[in-house]
Design a protein around this ligand. Structure first.
Ligand code: HMG
Ligand code: MG
Length: 298
């Protein structure tokens, strides 16, 4: 088993992290967070979500956040888009990369977006067409790849089918999300292997939540399988508002510490990342969820 020499971290804290936090840190702090992450060396930072503010009020300031950040050359700032209305808002705010999202479980898709999986894919087709025309890059998410809070087990064939559909539609990368953090390493590896039989590994990313403390082990299993893109959130913030009980994403600090410890390059300065995670946790009124963040506390 070989490990990649370099891994790209997709920092999802400003979106996946903050969308489910009870405390609203305010627009200025969100902007500051994104700028600090870029300064720490992150090259992909999911900045916000142009979803319905009635569904996710924490992301209601999406346009102001995107307008306020100091865009750095070489850094991409994808934003979540659920439909054409979201695409228009995102473009008006200056987005040049977006992420569309659906699920491998029908029950979750309905709860999260009021649409079946097929309906959600139908919503994306015009978005992808417009994005292609506008030169906008599109990432895709498949949620509930290792289990669903409503449906329970999710057949692997469904994960493969939905990932294939997103890739065929034009998503340059498909992120496989263990939305409720229920997975364990052997299952995670098996799932990735099944998807990679249909979608090239270079077009895949993994996205683990850490509800049961399995996320780092799952990341390692998938790295050994050949994936080289990992989603994570600074200080382990967040969860999904439509997945009851789901805790935050795996903490970026913990992933970076593990990768650097194995000699894998990320381009990220761990000390700056740790500082950012502790600052964010302070704004959220609690201790950081990153074990590395706590261990390296000054
Ligand atoms: P709907 O209620 O069926 O939408 O929601 P609709 O088309 O019937 O519109 C209803 C109202 O929403 C209308 O306003 C629209 O204008 C408005 P009204 O006439 O009532 O005043 N609306 C919008 N407003 C702003 N921006 C928009 C937009 N679209 C409609 N884009 C919809 C359907 C998809 C919009 C809704 O269900 C939604 O926004 N869902 C998003 C839920 C969400 O953000 N979940 C978290 C992200 S997914 C996640 O966390 C998982 C992930 O991290 C991976 C993993 O961990 O697995 C990605
Ligand atoms: Mg997530």
């Amino acid at each position: 088993m070989s490990l990649p020499a370099e891994v790209r971290i997709v920092e999802v804290g400003p979106r996946d992290g903050l969308q489910n936090e009870k405390i609203d840190i305010g627009t200025a702090n969100k902007i500051d967070l994104i700028d600090r992450l870029a300064q720490a060396g992150l090259r992909s930072i999911e900045a916000t979500a142009f979803v319905s503010p009635k569904w996710v009020p924490q992301m209601a300031d999406a346009s102001a956040v995107l307008a306020g950040i100091a865009r750095r050359p070489g850094v991409s700032y994808p934003v979540l888009v659920p439909n054409e209305q979201g695409y228009e808002r995102a473009r008006a705010a200056g987005a040049d990369e977006i992420a569309v999202f659906t699920a491998a479980s029908e029950a979750f898709s309905l709860k999260n977006t009021n649409a079946s999986i097929e309906q959600s894919l139908d919503r994306f087709r015009p978005v992808l067409d417009r994005a292609r025309h506008d030169g906008v890059k599109v990432r895709g998410y498949v949620s509930t790849v290792l289990g669903c809070p409503y449906q329970g087990d999710v057949p692997l064939a469904d994960v493969v089918r939905v990932a294939r559909a997103l890739h065929a539609m034009g998503c340059y990368e498909v992120s496989l999300g263990d939305t409720i953090g229920i997975g364990t390493p052997v299952k995670a590896r098996r799932m990735l292997k099944a998807v990679a039989a249909d979608v090239p590994m270079q077009a895949l990313a993994v996205h683990f939540h850490d509800t049961y403390g399995q996320a780092l082990a799952n990341v390692l299993a998938c790295l050994e399988e050949g994936v080289a893109v990992v989603d994570s959130a600074v200080s382990g913030a967040g969860g999904c508002p439509y997945a009851k009980g789901a805790s935050g994403n795996v903490a970026s600090e913990d992933v970076v510490y593990m990768l650097h410890g194995m000699g894998i390059r990320t381009g990220i300065q761990l000390d700056l990342l740790v500082e950012t995670g502790r600052w964010l946790a302070g704004l959220l009124g609690r201790e950081t969820d990153s074990r590395v963040g706590r261990a390296l506390a000054k």
